[in-house]
Design a protein around this ligand. Sequence first.
Ligand SMILES: Cc1ncc(COP(=O)(O)O)c(C=O)c1O
Length: 414
Amino acid sequence: MAIEKTQACLPGDDPVKSMEATIKRTVKEHGTPLEIASCGMLSGNMARARQIMTPYGWQDNIFYSYKTNPVPEALKILHQNGAGAEVISERELNLALDLGLKPDRIVFNGIYKSPAALKTAVDKRIKCINIDAPQELDIVNQLSKDAEYKIGLGLRVRPSVGWQGQFGHIIKDGSAYAMAQKISVNKKLDLKTIHFHLGSSNLATYRRAIEESLAFIGILNRKLGTAIRALDIGGGFPGPDMRMLTIWEQGWLRLWDRPWPFPAAGPNDGFKIMEETAEYFNSARAKYGLNDLEMWTEPGRLITGDAQILAVKVVGLRKSGRKNYAVVDGGRVGAAGPLVGETRKVSVLGKTAGIKNKVYDIVGPTCMPWDRLFAGVRLPKLEMGDILIIEGAGAYFVPMEAEFSFDKPKFVMQ
Ligand SMILES: Cc1ncc(COP(=O)(O)O)c(C=O)c1O
């Protein structure tokens, strides 16, 4: 991915319609496939999230999830607009530090933290290292011997809702308590945060996880004498114009190789969920006698998802059997990895949907049969050279790019 910074920030209420002329000019200048991010939307989304957290004094507790879109130009804008960083690797940690972010604005997550990364985190005194794999604690215990301060730690727990599997320590079976106990034994460690991440969620899921975590924090403070100051509820607020395919949609596609023929519910409004979650957290903490407990969040797709589009060019049109195929110069394999289990809004630049619509399978340029962006999508009649715009490309497109026979998309900021 080559980064080129162009132009000053543009407003971007509707990334495609309001910026049609700009997109056309940018595509002409830089070619395709091309990621175009809107500086105005990045800062607008951050401002909205901060506004939601401000009534509680938590506006500085938003740690943008680097993995979602680790493009330095975009990250700089987010940091200028008050975002901290949530990182999950040595590379991301070093990137945050290289961008000049203050260490106390960095939260370190992930199920593998290398010894070198942990050393950097401790040496730089970052805000919080959220312990997940048990081996991390052994390393931190070792590092604490030379540390001249109490190392700030969190513990990733697993409530009964949301992602399960390899992440976090289960609250219900006592594993999370046992891990907290191990941390509390070392007086050079300060267990100050409990953390969970649920995956894309709705309000009901957050409420349940918050209740279970608050009860757990109460127990830790009482029994182990910890002074936990924050519950870090991770990311998972859905972004507009992007959603996971349901299990039914995925099954149908597998079975019939056609898209789900019935209406599917759109994504929930992530900002609304964030607002309602903060409200709920604020009232629930009082119930557990945790009035000073703060809420932290690590949004990814909510902040950058709709602030970026991917422009690809139609480079081939063919009919094979009953299907119309449009070949584009950036596929799912090289440019749009999330489309394996998610979907996005797609349109044709400068053409409005009408009666001339045709049904297409949109496929990428590689030799992989699964290099398909959309199956059976209805679009205005396509011609060679048409530009397709895929919205919601600011969430997980860039980190999943691959240089498979073709170049990765370029990136420009508008
Ligand atoms: C620990 C953690 N925090 C935050 C996020 C960001 O999630 P989202 O982009 O759904 O907000 C993720 C995504 O996987 C994550 O694993």
